[in-house]
Design a protein around this ligand. Structure first.
Ligand SMILES: Nc1ncnc2c1ncn2[C@@H]1O[C@H](COP(=O)(O)OP(=O)(O)OP(=O)(O)O)[C@@H](O)[C@H]1O
Ligand SMILES: [Mg+2]
Length: 444
């Protein structure tokens, strides 16, 4: 794979084609309110409310049979035959007079396998999803990509939340509730504990690293694990900085030894996970800053995805981000990315946005993504119910109603983005491309 290092980043800048996506701040309150509703099945009219107490998973995916047929372009009879042969099992739910037949994540993964469409990924792709700017959709994109890659592509995914806001941990329904009437701190283990463990070199053994990881990991869905975060990241940032000069992690070059303790703490852990487990993808959600935790993330990741908002200031913030990366690459020889993708999220067709997009493209033409992610309120609503966009159904729609068009559009775009991120072959428009048989494309 192409190694993009400090000098190379610069040289490639003016050569490759580059597409931009638009991102705009959405209404997080709205998603919080709908989350509260979805947590109470009595008040939620969604056919997909998380009320299945049998499940061992914290997220519930319930893909209607008709949607599965449309997703994978697979005939109903074939699905029936697999069911009769006991290869897959449908779930059933009654909502008043409505009877809904659905497949959960485990059965969808089985179907992906039966269809021979499980993706083969070389090694472990480790992506940091980062931008210096807040509200551009980092956590949303992580949630959507992780659920799509694990359920619809049959991949094994690890999400690491490193943001003290713990939005991703919350989206995956894995946040520890702190009682309001006590001053108790969180005692659920998080990425903070893993890094604190690593600050003691005695814990650098394979056995200790494994214990630290296993004790912290939470399984969210089949094929999808999470390392949660919590608000101690702020203190952690300071403690990481304090490691400078302590030589906990060193790199030998010739006769010299370089202290990488304050930048390579997370890398130590990620390298262990990459070597020890069979994850296809690791997605790291970041806070919107360049504190010591994020320097660690950027150091540990092999690839970087930057969601962008196409507002007038976007080219300037992006240029600053880019200059920061160059600076880091100049400071540390081993700071490099195999792939860097700039992805505009929350795109709307609008002249001003098109102008901003062109400016960014002209400025950084080589780190392009082919895909632009559409702005749609369905993603906010879906997230409110802790559902991936591909599983969203308007709770007020008649039960026969299909997934809304904007949700299909965004699903297709995310599907294409997954392929681009993992260097997978473009799906044929009339075959593997989710909803594409209905003629929906994401060409901008
Ligand atoms: N494609 C989209 N269409 C509509 N709304 C979106 C889209 N993507 C994200 N949003 C909304 O934008 C808001 C901000 O998204 P998100 O929290 O993912 O951003 P973030 O970059 O992670 O923010 P922070 O920097 O604070 O961590 C949320 O309300 C989210 O639902
Ligand atoms: Mg976030």
């Amino acid at each position: 794979m192409l190694m993009i290092q400090s000098s190379v980043i610069f040289t490639l800048t003016f050569h490759k084609h580059f597409v931009i996506y638009e991102v705009r701040g959405g209404n997080y309150m709205e998603s919080l309110i709908s989350t509260a509703e979805s947590q109470n099945p009595q008040t939620s009219d969604s056919p997909y409310s998380a009320n299945d107490t049998q499940s061992q998973y914290t997220l519930q995916i319930k893909l209607r049979s008709s949607v599965v047929e449309e997703f994978f372009d697979v005939p109903r009879m074939k699905i029936h035959r697999w069911e009769e042969a006991g290869k897959i099992q449908a779930g059933h739910e009654e909502h008043g007079s409505r009877k809904i037949r659905y497949f959960d994540a485990e059965n969808v993964r089985k179907m992906v396998d039966l269809l021979g469409r499980k993706q083969n990924v070389d090694g472990t792709y480790t992506y940091a999803i980062w931008h210096n700017k807040g509200g551009v959709g980092k956590s949303t994109v992580v949630f959507q990509l992780a659920t799509m890659m694990s359920t619809l592509m049959g991949l094994k995914v690890l999400v690491i939340d490193t943001d003290g806001q713990a939005d991703t941990t919350h989206l995956f329904n894995a946040e520890q509730e702190v009682p309001l009437d006590t001053d108790d701190f969180i005692d659920q283990r998080s990425i903070c504990d893993i890094l604190y463990d690593l600050m003691d070199p005695h814990n650098h053994t394979e056995e200790s690293l494994k214990e630290s990881f296993e004790d912290t990991k939470k399984t969210i869905l089949p094929g999808l694990d999470l390392i949660p975060s919590d608000d101690r990241v702020v203190e952690l940032d300071y403690d990481i900085r304090e490691l400078k000069g302590k030589g906990i992690i060193t790199e030998e070059k010739g006769d010299e030894s370089f202290d990488l303790s304050s930048v390579a703490l997370l890398k130590k852990f990620i390298s262990f996970v990459q070597e020890t487990y069979d994850y296809d993808v690791i997605l790291i959600d970041c806070s919107p800053d360049l504190g010591d935790m994020n320097v660690n993330v950027l150091f540990a990741a092999d690839c970087l995805l930057i969601p962008v908002e196409l507002e007038p200031k976007a080219p300037h913030s992006l240029k600053r981000v880019y200059n920061r990366l160059i600076k880091l690459a100049k400071m540390h020889e081993s700071f490099s990315f195999e792939k860097l993708l700039i992805v505009p999220n929350m795109n709307e067709r609008h002249d001003v946005k098109a102008v901003v997009q062109t400016r960014i493209r002209d400025m950084l033409p080589n780190f392009s993504s082919r895909i632009t992610l559409t702005k749609t309120t369905t993603v906010v609503k879906a997230i409110g119910q802790r559902l991936p966009i591909f599983n969203y159904q308007d709770p007020n729609a008649k039960w026969m109603a299909k997934i809304p068009e904007p949700a299909k559009r965004l699903t297709n775009e995310l599907w294409d983005l997954c392929h681009e991120m993992l260097n997978l072959e473009e799906p044929k428009p009339d075959h593997h491309g989710l909803f594409k048989p209905k003629g929906i494309t994401n060409a901008q």
